[in-house]
Design a protein around this ligand. Structure first.
Ligand code: MF3
Ligand code: CO
Ligand code: CO
Length: 248
């Protein structure tokens, strides 16, 4: 895994902040009646206006600018004509490059009134990511981060997704190390100065197992129960953990 200099982290601070501002701009547009394609268009325009480049478009053939995953969709939902409805939970994942450096961040938001179990899912998933960020500290290991996500989620009766996770990030969107949503404390690579990670938690209500839609991208829960996704970037600098994906 590649460790970044202070100067490089400064660049990732900018791309992380821009990614978060983009995410917030897209989330503002989310309401009943809006199509997921409308959200993609909004993101594409925002990225252009800010002299950035989309990170997902054409990534391994991905056809759109952002991912929008509704309800039982876990991640990698492809924007299209589907309209958002009241009661939906909508996971938005955005990525961009600014001056060659990547920003990648995601969150799940409620539309109108959502069920009590959906509310709990969002609360617990966000808390799982918060605890993961706390565990991403100097001297800990990657397994400590993964364990934090898993233990928070499972203690509330939810399940973390097995086959997807977070990652190192820099000039490329996906760098080593892989950061699973489940793991054992005290295992994996050491967390040290210069490490920059995109931490991601994917939490399902009913089963940890997932399947793919015929579109080849969209990941669904096997039992079609609800799923949430949160992602933040962090950097370790001078022994301290800094959140890079915060809006100005
Ligand atoms: N943003 C995703 C991640 O968090 C990757 C999306 S790749 C795409 O790592 F091609 F599906 F867009
Ligand atoms: Co992402
Ligand atoms: Co990511």
């Amino acid at each position: 895994m590649e460790l970044k200099s202070e100067q490089e982290i400064e660049r990732l601070r900018t791309s992380g902040r821009l990614a978060r501002e983009l995410l917030n701009a897209v989330c503002k547009e989310v309401k009943a009646g809006v199509s997921t394609e409308d959200l993609d268009n909004c993101a594409a325009k925002w990225i252009k206006q800010h002299d950035a480049k989309p990170a997902f478009l054409n990534y391994r053939g991905y056809p759109k600018t952002i991912c929008v995953s509704i309800n039982e969709e876990v991640v990698h939902g492809i924007p299209g004509p589907r309209k958002i409805l009241n009661g939906d939970i909508v996971s938005i994942d955005v990525g961009l490059f600014y001056e060659g450096w990547c920003g990648d961040t995601a969150k799940t938001i409620p539309v109108g009134a959502i069920s009590e179990s959906a509310q709990k899912l969002l609360r617990v998933s966000e808390q799982a990511l918060d605890e993961a960020i706390k565990a991403a500290r100097m001297g800990n290991r990657i397994g400590d981060i993964s364990y934090a996500m898993q233990s928070v989620s499972e203690s509330q009766g939810f399940h973390v997704v097995r086959n997807y996770g977070g990652h190192g990030i820099g000039r490329a969107m996906h760098e080593d190390p892989h950061v699973p949503c489940l793991g054992q404390p005290g295992t994996g690579a050491l967390i040290r100065d210069g490490l920059v990670l995109a931490l991601e938690v994917m939490v399902n209500c009913g089963t940890p197992h997932v399947v793919h839609k015929p579109d080849g991208w969209t990941v669904l829960t096997e039992d079609r129960s609800l799923s949430a996704h949160y992602e933040h970037m962090v950097a370790i600098l001078d022994g301290k953990t800094e959140l890079l994906t915060k809006a100005a």
